[in-house]
Design a protein around this ligand. Structure first.
Ligand SMILES: [Fe+2]
Length: 285
């Protein structure tokens, strides 16, 4: 069986002696349980092909989308200009804020399989933050205060806040930007498989019903600032061939800056959430 080495944080483990491309059912069952426990699993030296990555991700359930490159490199191999006009660069920079994937969609993602293909010499790490521990560390008064609160989640909101409005005809205009009826999600999410409560916050959250926008912004920022601190965070310095699997139902994540003259090519397979537990409706009012 594979080796599990916990990282120095409240979550996360590095798994070795495992070949994700050829994992058998017994090992997968063990792996799934390990994932629920640690929320973030890092698999060095996997060198998964695109097909192998999709196949592995599918073992966790239906995919929200098969595979997208998260990259500043165009299909023709040229590096995109970081001149403030490129919509893909705007999305990559948006990803540098702490966030949860697809909370702005009707069904938030279950998790992701992420792989490193081309890396800059420095920078470009990915960080994760444990929102289970982020909830636990709150004092009782704050736990009570947020227990019945919710927030809207919108990618349009989070990008616009950075001044990034998608251009007409942009390929990034569609996914997540066209939701004009943003879902409202509780600030405290109970994990559907472990039963553990966690904070559901991050850059896509705004407009807590019952608060004015300043009060809402202040509270949401206070929660992110408190939760996203050591020992509840981990930033991974990638090596080519690494694969990472994370639970999007209890972790936030962020990309870290790098010199965008340097190419960085990552591939992301997004596992769909369960509509029974990850669906959120728009505010009925
Ligand atoms: Fe993301």
């Amino acid at each position: 069986m594979f080796k599990v080495e916990p990282i120095e944080a409240t979550f996360g483990a590095v798994l070795t002696d495992i070949n994700l491309a050829g994992i058998d059912d017994a090992s997968f069952t063990e792996l799934y349980a390990t994932w629920l426990e640690y929320a973030l699993l890092i698999f060095p030296e996997q060198h998964l092909s695109n097909e192998e990555q999709v196949e592995f991700a599918r073992r966790f359930g239906d995919l929200e989308f098969d595979l997208v490159p998260l990259s500043n490199v165009r299909a023709d191999g040229s590096v995109r200009d970081d001149n403030g006009n490129d919509d893909v660069i705007k999305v990559l920079k948006g990803n540098m804020g702490w966030h949860c994937d697809s909370t702005y969609m009707p069904v938030q993602a279950k998790g992701s399989v992420f792989t490193a293909h081309v890396l800059p010499p420095t920078g470009g790490e990915t960080g994760w933050a444990d929102m289970r521990a982020g909830y636990e560390v709150l004092d009782e008064k704050m736990k009570v205060r947020i227990s019945d609160l919710s927030a809207y989640h919108s990618l349009y909101y989070s990008q616009a806040k950075m001044g990034h409005i998608p251009k007409e005809g942009s390929s990034y205009k569609g996914y997540g930007f066209n939701n004009q009826d943003p879902p409202v999600r509780p600030l405290v999410k109970v994990h559907p498989e472990t039963g553990r409560p966690s904070l559901l916050i991050g850059r896509h959250a705004y407009g807590i019903p019952g608060m004015d926008s300043d009060e809402s912004e202040q509270l949401l920022q206070e929660l992110v600032d408190k939760a996203c601190q050591a020992p509840r965070i981990y930033h991974h310095t990638w090596s080519t061939g690494d694969a990472v699997l994370w639970d999007n139902r209890c972790l936030l994540h962020q990309a870290c800056p790098w010199d965008m003259k340097e190419p960085r090519i990552m591939y992301h397979a997004r596992i769909a959430g369960d509509p029974l537990s990850e669906f959120a409706a728009p505010d009925p009012h």
